[in-house]
Design a protein around this ligand. Structure first.
Ligand code: TPP
Ligand code: MG
Length: 375
């Protein structure tokens, strides 16, 4: 598996790790991957660290807020920050990203105000944020469904039509999904459609080892990256706890999508360090040893060790920590006072063009609300 930063933060050569015995990959791409990795100057790696550490502070706060009864549910992304930040930094800002439901670090890279993620989990919004504002689609909780939506959007791009969800300058779509989702019909159908149409789409799989309580080993007898072979889609398997490798792989994939026109598939091997959601108790189905093994591969500690070796001063890390505490405070204050938007919002953004049924529903609602007898 491609790894450019080892768990202790030392730099490794692409040519060497692509060739590992467990999963040998084409080493012809090694020099291109090294060139993309070299784009990450120390300043850009510090930027990546900041995204990862701030998202973790945010994620910890949101988890606590659920425990305090302020959120209905939370899906933590702890442990997956490198997979998310490395990939998101490599996607051009004008390209559409279609997330699953725990891509909080991708949201941070895309520039969402992190408060915008809260109403979805507090149950005070009918959808979420404006997907057009940052080319970051709404979260999808129906496992794998977003891969089909994303392929449809990529095919629209390919055919030169511009659905309202897509920025005028977009050239490709990136869709995130999980290991469990790869067992879904939807995802397999999306891969067939994408390969058939040679649609400009990156399938970014975060293999976090678990689909709630079902381990990846039960979902597949082969590394999930090899599933792409069956669809004729080129792929890379990458250490998802290594932000440099994930960045380089995603840059590589995007260049390849541009030059060859077809889809690409990345399997980022990572770990869900927290519970599946706050409704789940992972102590029921996985061992403390396994958790300790992955804690030693923590993506943030790894990048920090690397940055320290490059000479990043302690003040930088202290600054990010203070920023994280401030973000957590903002999130706390916002969440506790967040109430629902206008009910009328439910009639908006359903259809791109005027629709008689929606207008009839709106009129019925207005007549009901005007009676003023409470609802
Ligand atoms: C169509 C559908 N089936 C089942 C579920 C229940 N469910 C929610 S999350 C999940 C597991 C998903 O695992 P994975 O794809 O690995 O994503 P992860 O949560 O690990 O990021 C399941 C089965 C669902 N939300 N949608
Ligand atoms: Mg999973």
């Amino acid at each position: 598996m491609l790894q450019l930063l080892s768990p202790d933060g030392t730099r490794r050569a692409a040519a060497e790790t692509l060739q590992d015995e467990a999963f040998p990959q084409d080493s012809e791409s090694a020099s291109a991957l090294e060139a993309y990795a070299a784009e990450l100057t120390r300043e850009r790696l510090e930027e990546a660290y900041r995204h990862m550490a701030l998202t973790r502070a945010f994620d910890e706060q949101a988890t606590s807020l659920q425990r305090q009864g302020e959120l209905g549910l939370w899906a933590p992304c702890r442990g997956q920050e490198a997979a998310q930040v490395g990939s998101a930094l490599a996607v051009p800002p004008e390209d559409l990203i279609v997330p699953s439901y725990r891509e909080h670090a991708v949201a941070h890279v895309r520039g969402l105000d992190m408060r915008e993620l809260i109403p979805v989990f507090r149950g005070t919004t009918h959808g979420g944020w404006n997907p057009r504002a940052h080319n970051f689609h709404l979260y999808t909780f129906v496992i794998g469904a977003q891969t089909l939506h994303a392929v449809g959007l990529a095919e629209a791009l390919q055919q030169g039509s511009r659905p309202t969800a897509i920025a005028p300058e977009a050239t490709a779509v990136t869709v995130y999904f999980g290991d469990g989702a790869t067992s879904q019909g939807d995802v397999n159908e999306a891969l067939v459609f994408a390969a058939s149409a040679q649609a400009p789409i990156l399938f970014f799989l975060q293999n976090n080892q678990w689909a709630i309580s079902v381990p990846t080993s039960r979902q597949s007898r082969i590394p999930l990256a090899r599933r792409a072979d069956g669809f004729g889609i080129p792929r890379l398997r990458v250490d998802g706890n290594d932000v440099i490798a994930t960045y380089a792989a995603t840059r590589f994939a995007h260049e390849r999508i541009q030059s060859d026109g077809g889809p690409f598939f990345i399997e980022a091997v990572t770990y869900r360090m927290g519970a599946h959601t706050t409704s789940d108790d992972p102590t029921r189905y996985r061992s403390r040893d396994e958790e300790a093994e992955w804690a030693a591969k923590d993506p943030i500690a790894r990048l920090r060790a690397h940055l320290e070796s490059l000479g990043t001063a302690p003040e930088f890390f202290e600054g990010v920590e203070a920023e994280g505490a401030e973000l957590a405070r903002e999130i706390r204050d916002f969440t506790r006072t967040n109430t629902g938007g206008d009910f009328e919002e439910i009639f908006e953004n359903v259809y791109a063009t005027p629709n008689l049924q929606i207008e009839a529903d709106r009129a019925a609602w207005e007549a009901y609300a005007a009676r003023g007898d409470g609802y």
